[in-house]
Design a protein around this ligand. Structure first.
Ligand SMILES: [Cu+2]
Length: 116
């Protein structure tokens, strides 16, 4: 009974993938260099899954730390390297991000998360 096996596979896939509404995805690329982020103002919509790509085009290592109500989220990349983080945009508001490398004060920006 091939159809029964197919049905079982489809059911299993549905269970594994969860039954909630599908998440929208947003990819954001932020360039870091000495001594700024480009762009320094990011936007996302409530409910999105955000994939943030930190592209360090500078010579020095840089980090990017979001200050979310749930806590800080940090990634870092050496000069010429990239790093990726994913997070759900699940709180509305404006949240600061900055580079936590000592001496890099002023490297900062904001992400604005709005209702759809
Ligand atoms: Cu930096």
């Amino acid at each position: 009974m091939r159809w029964l096996r197919s049905l079982a596979c489809i059911t299993l896939l549905a269970i594994l993938s969860g039954c909630g509404p599908p998440l929208h995805e947003r990819s954001i690329t932020v360039e870091s260099t000495e001594m700024r982020f480009i762009p320094d103002r990011l936007e996302a919509t409530l409910g999105e899954q955000v994939f943030l790509n930190l592209r360090n085009t500078g010579k020095l290592g840089h980090s990017l730390t979001f200050q979310f109500p749930s806590g800080d989220r940090t990634i870092s990349a050496e000069g010429g390297m990239e790093a990726i983080m994913a997070f759900p945009a699940n709180v509305e508001g404006s949240f600061r991000f900055y580079c936590s490398v000592p001496g890099h004060a002023g490297m900062e920006g904001v992400i604005v998360i709005r209702k759809p």
